[in-house]
Ligand binder design. Sequence first.
Ligand SMILES: CC(C)(COP(=O)(O)OP(=O)(O)OC[C@H]1O[C@@H](n2cnc3c(N)ncnc32)[C@H](O)[C@@H]1OP(=O)(O)O)[C@@H](O)C(=O)NCCC(=O)NCCS
Length: 193
Amino acid sequence: MTGVVDAALPADFPSLLTPRLEIRGFRAGDAEAFSAYRSDPDVARYQGWTAPYPLASAQRFIEALADRDPWTPGEWFQVAIAPREGGVLIGDCGMRPDAADPRIVEIGFSLAREHQGRGLATEAICRLLAYFFDERGVHRVVAGCDVRNTRSAALLERVGMRREAHFVESEWFKGEWTSEYRYALLCREWVRP
Ligand SMILES: CC(C)(COP(=O)(O)OP(=O)(O)OC[C@H]1O[C@@H](n2cnc3c(N)ncnc32)[C@H](O)[C@@H]1OP(=O)(O)O)[C@@H](O)C(=O)NCCC(=O)NCCS
């Protein structure tokens, strides 16, 4: 951890602005809101954690991010989505540079339920794509979602990602076989908003 209690962490993930949002490193002060939306069963349903998600877990998760390089191949890294004018965290994006070639990046995302339905996830993901493609030389962005996660599939299609695969009952997840769509977008295909 840095000496500054609520500094954005880590220093090497920039602050990315959109008309309504700031995408930035997590701060210690984000833990309560992070724990709250991760504790919502609707938000957790298709994600790797289970609700409830205690405050202590949120604090540990955020502290662990402080020592991490977002571009470590094969490792997920989470960044915060917050209102541009400041205030409480409303969601987060995950990024995972491919273990074999970090010019391929997988993404994930969550929004607190009360902030869904306003285009905020679309705005955040579009800004992240701009960062990856224009500033970081990323070649291909990929994402996966449970086939029942219609809001996630709609979001991925809204930002221009192509459905490339439908894996049928490909993963034993939370006590059942689940099917997955895989999406991708190449830098050269990306239509800048
Ligand atoms: C996936 C998730 C982030 C999508 O959130 P979302 O709110 O549906 O997506 P957006 O924020 O882009 O909002 C889109 C909605 O806002 C509406 N909207 C309003 N203004 C808009 C704008 N300026 N731009 C785009 N959409 C806008 C759209 O019409 C759409 O409404 P609809 O759902 O009635 O069709 C959210 O459902 C979530 O966090 N789910 C739980 C976690 C999860 O499963 N993550 C994915 C794992 S793969």
